[in-house]
Ligand binder design. Sequence first.
Ligand code: SF4
Length: 366
Amino acid sequence: MMGDMEAPAPYAPCRLCPRRCGVMRRTASAEPPGYCGEAAGLRLAGASIHRGEEPPITGRGGSGTIFVSGCNLGCGFCQNRQISLGLRGNPGAAAARRGAGPFKGLGRLVDTEELARICLTLQGRGAENINIVTGSHAVPALVDGIAAARRGPASGEGRGGGPLSIPVLWNSSAYEVPETLELLSGAVEVFLPDLKTLDRSLSERYYNAPNYPETAAAAIGKMLELRRLRFEERAGSGEVMVSGVMVRHLVLPGHLDSTRKVLRWFAEHCAGRALLSLMFQYTDMAAARPADFPAERTGPDRRISEAEYHTVLGWLREYGVEDGYCQEPPGSDPAADAEWLPDFERTNPFPSELSTPVWHWREGFV
Ligand code: SF4
């Protein structure tokens, strides 16, 4: 465990991400905390074999997802809010402000060796890749853990039978700066950035980051510089992605102008160099909104309509975007959609057909 151990220099002062807080994340509690609320140690919420990613990422064995606690963005409709929202939106935030101490999203501290063991266990259980979800605020610790896994097993349970040899995926919001992405250049083979919007007012309202558009565009440009698309044929898995960039965009109901801008930008800057993954799974999270989270920031209160879905498909054709993946439109039953929302209090946060747990913040290896 990291405890009060001194953090490496990149955290003190911390300017890892576009928030550029400048706080000293040297010990177990950063005082005052930065925007992400995280201190010196890396905290994880869970790790599992996930079968719901895009086909060349899921393959046959599934994707070895590792969920990092905390986040440097602030999406009003985050489906992972139990682990991500930290000081800004958790039910404990009000108590924290009253002096009860910083409240953080679910998770626990892991050191370099434990992170390496998690990676190797995922590999040992057949994962096609290691898929690091939302780690932008913890890049140095993650890079150290990946490097340790690449060196191979140390001791104890959770060994995968040899050094880490599967690709590492960086699954992020793209709210990142090029110099921090540079730190990932020796550790990560595949980048999976979101491009949430290029609209400044939406960025401010829903993501609490007015500079998201130019920041994310520059970050994706850097990712394209770092990695070229490459696939490998694997027995039983078909083609799996072993290098490159796949840009994800979640279509927001009622905000199709934002999607149109994103598609046009992708066609102009990424076509032929990256894949696009269009997601239509937007779910209204208002019911899960903590009492002190501003109502106007929680996002649209409905799902994508059939007409909106077909409009977006028409734009794909108009802009000639062909390389990538497109989710099915949502079904007619919102209650059924809600069953797919994660609950990180459970050992398996996702439905069993989608995910097999390997490590949980409370249980350890499972
Ligand atoms: S990683 Fe956290 S503390 Fe560091 S600059 Fe970003 S939000 Fe601030």
